[in-house]
Design a protein around this ligand. Structure first.
Ligand code: ZN
Length: 261
């Protein structure tokens, strides 16, 4: 059986400073082999990198770093940051992210978001790296820009919140669709319908911890440990055995991110 991989987890964030090692050890014991840790700001990348370097013991899952400039932190970014990104990627990363466009939290700076996203798309393209996409109320725009960029390496639509048609167009462009805590709520009809409709090769799982707490931990700090129960619930939604979900989601991630165990 393939191991479980959390495809999007901010385990480097301060919310985990007091129990990060214990959480990761328990994740590994239950069968999690890797977590993808996305970058959000230039200022955060060194802490991300040192977290990754601190947990190389086989008692822990592997931490796979990505570097990127998140659209919800526009005030933290400055004009030279994309050049820095290019340099950081040379140190080794599985993806560029998380990057994208967000019209839900703040649409007043959309012009700056657009420029930043386009610039990072071209960096990803030159490094032949997949991208981790954050898109809120911007699915069509993101897909258009990805297409125009000529990016061939695909990526992950993280915490997907679009329509089935948009998901299918993303899959046609080489993307996987990320499902997590949001799909554990009984009222999540739209997400669940998309999860049921997509083929196995399009699906990956994530926690986005410490955010997007699942139904069984509502109001709490989310944790990568919750991924086991999240995938059990999503297996019921898809009416497939849970080990199959582990298996194909991991296979999808290993191919996309070019990782081997
Ligand atoms: Zn995130």
């Amino acid at each position: 059986m393939n191991p479980l991989i959390d495809s999007h987890c901010h385990i480097d964030f301060a919310q985990f400073d007091h129990d990060r090692g214990a959480i990761l050890e328990r994740c590994r014991k239950q069968g999690m082999r890797a977590l993808v840790v996305p970058g959000v700001t230039l200022e955060q990348w060194p802490a991300l990198q040192s977290t990754v370097e601190r947990f190389t013991d086989p008692a822990y899952p592997r931490l796979l770093p990505a570097y990127g400039l998140h659209p919800c932190f526009m005030d933290a970014h400055s004009s030279g940051d994309v050049d820095e990104l290019d340099a950081w990627l040379h140190q080794g990363a599985v993806a560029v992210g998380e990057i994208g466009l967000d019209r839900f939290h703040d649409s007043s700076n959309l012009d700056r978001q657009l420029k930043l996203f386009k610039d990072q798309l071209s960096v990803a393209r030159s490094h032949h790296l997949p991208i981790l996409v954050h898109a809120r109320k911007t699915q069509d725009l993101v897909l258009k820009l990805v297409k125009e960029s000529g990016l061939q390496s695909g990526g992950i639509m993280h915490a997907f919140s679009g329509s089935l048609q948009q998901a299918q167009r993303a899959v046609d462009l080489g993307f996987k669709i990320g499902f997590g805590g949001a799909g554990t709520y009984d009222r999540a009809n739209r997400i669940r319908a998309i999860l049921r409709a997509l083929p196995q090769h399009a699906i990956v799982f994530e926690t986005d911890a410490p955010d997007i707490a699942p139904s069984f931990a509502m109001g709490d700090r989310n944790s990568p440990e919750n991924l086991f129960r999240i995938v059990e619930i999503l297996a019921e939604v898809r009416q497939e055995p849970v080990d199959q979900l582990w298996s194909y989601s991991s296979k999808n991630l290993q191919e996309l991110l070019k990782i081997t165990f």
